[in-house]
Write a protein that binds this ligand. Structure first.
Ligand code: COI
Length: 380
């Protein structure tokens, strides 16, 4: 049997948007509400494999009302960012990781997988096409949203025989409307995001659909995000749409940076991995971070609300933050938990002694200001 065609960048077709617009001023951007002039589409079918990729004007898709993505949430997506520095250099941050994770998510939903480097080449072409949309102000970037959906017309539940991969781009500033200030979390105990053997470790649309109601409950109570607490001991798992880190003071006076382990319920975030890598390299004396103690232990382990509350009472809770592509690093200053607020220390700039040096290095590497293999050149 001959293998079906994979994604072929060489077949790229280009349809120029003749109604191209001028990008709006960066200060008017609301996260994810503005889209650039073009998008990339690549259809797939079981018979033909991956078909001709097309860069075309951003616009509505045509789908059958019976398309499986509309009924059974056959949707996987990625979040990645392109940065433009003040010399005009455009870079992507660890995009190969997004390609790997998208394939893992696609396989979990029985959607077609693809050659990651081929899709990445096409995404770079899309970014080059709309590069004038990338804001270069600090904290701003082009958010890229590759998405793969099942498009087969079918009411029965089966692996789709037709699918569509599309990529859209949105110029963005901070994720939260309060800018880069610390956020307040509401501890969700009545709903679960993920369970053992479930889909929590995959970037699929359904995982985010179940978060909308808890997020609304949190907002109604005056908190910006919900904190997913799992199991009888209320393990801290994820912060709304981000991975989560807690910093405890150790008896030695140093710090322990803790995040829940990848036990199948936690999204293997690329920002999560970057934070862990930077912290571990620092602790090992490789690429040390300025103004951070060497007495830093990095743990992937369970952490419960009891431990967090106790540390807060004892003065040993140093900081708590979320980490994700959209929000980068988002400090937290309180958690609403079973009717009371657990207060989390923050320093004058809203951050803490561990998140600040990590954030500085991360942003330096993301924006291309620090030369590093994580930052991939796209265009000048
Ligand atoms: C991201 O951080 O990129 C995400 O996918 C979260 C999304 C809710 C914006």
């Amino acid at each position: 049997m001959t293998a079906l065609p994979d994604i072929q960048p060489g077949l790229l077709k280009f349809i120029k948007n003749t109604n191209a617009r001028a990008p709006p001023p960066s200060e008017s951007l609301v996260f994810g509400r503005t889209f650039t002039d073009h998008m990339l589409t690549i259809p797939w079918s079981l018979i033909d494999g991956w078909k001709e990729p097309t860069i075309q004007p951003y616009g509505p898709l045509s789908l059958e009302p019976s398309a499986t993505c509309l009924h059974y949430a056959q949707t996987v997506f990625e979040g990645m960012k392109a940065y433009r520095d003040d010399t005009g250099k455009v870079t992507l941050f660890r995009p190969d990781k997004n390609m790997e994770r998208m394939n893992t998510s696609a396989a979990r939903l029985a959607l077609p997988t693809f050659h990651g480097p081929a899709l990445l080449e096409l995404i770079k072409e899309l970014v080059r096409t709309d590069k004038h949309w990338i804001p270069s102000e600090p904290g701003h970037s082009l958010y890229i949203r590759p998405t793969l959906i099942g498009t087969q017309r079918a009411i029965g539940i089966n692996p789709p025989t037709e699918a569509l991969l599309f990529v859209i781009c949105s110029p963005v500033g901070p994720y939260y409307p309060n800018g880069f200030k610390p956020i307040a979390l509401y501890g969700t105990t009545e709903f679960n995001r993920a369970a053992p053997g479930g889909t929590g470790a995959f970037k699929i649309g359904a995982n985010y659909a179940v978060g909308v109601l808890p997020q609304k409950v949190a907002a109604n109570k005056g908190y910006q995000q919900n904190l997913w607490l799992y199991g009888p001991e209320h393990d801290l798992t994820e912060v709304g749409t981000m991975n989560m880190f807690v910093v405890f003071r150790k008896p030695s006076g140093g710090y322990e940076l803790v995040t829940p382990p990848l036990d199948g319920m936690i999204l293997p975030g690329i920002t999560r991995d970057s934070v862990l890598t930077l912290a571990r390299e620092h602790a090992a004396g490789k690429s040390p971070l300025a103004e951070l103690t060497k007495d830093l232990e990095v743990s992937e382990r369970r952490v419960t609300m009891k431990e967090v509350k106790q540390a807060a009472q004892d003065g040993n809770l140093v900081e708590l933050f979320g980490a994700g592509t959209a929000a980068v690093i988002s400090p937290v200053d309180r958690i609403g938990y079973l009717g009371e607020d657990v207060l989390i220390p923050t320093e004058a700039d809203g951050m803490g002694p561990v998140s600040r040096p990590i954030w500085k290095e991360l942003v330096g590497r993301q924006m291309g200001a620090i030369d590093h293999e994580w930052s991939q050149f796209v265009t000048k």
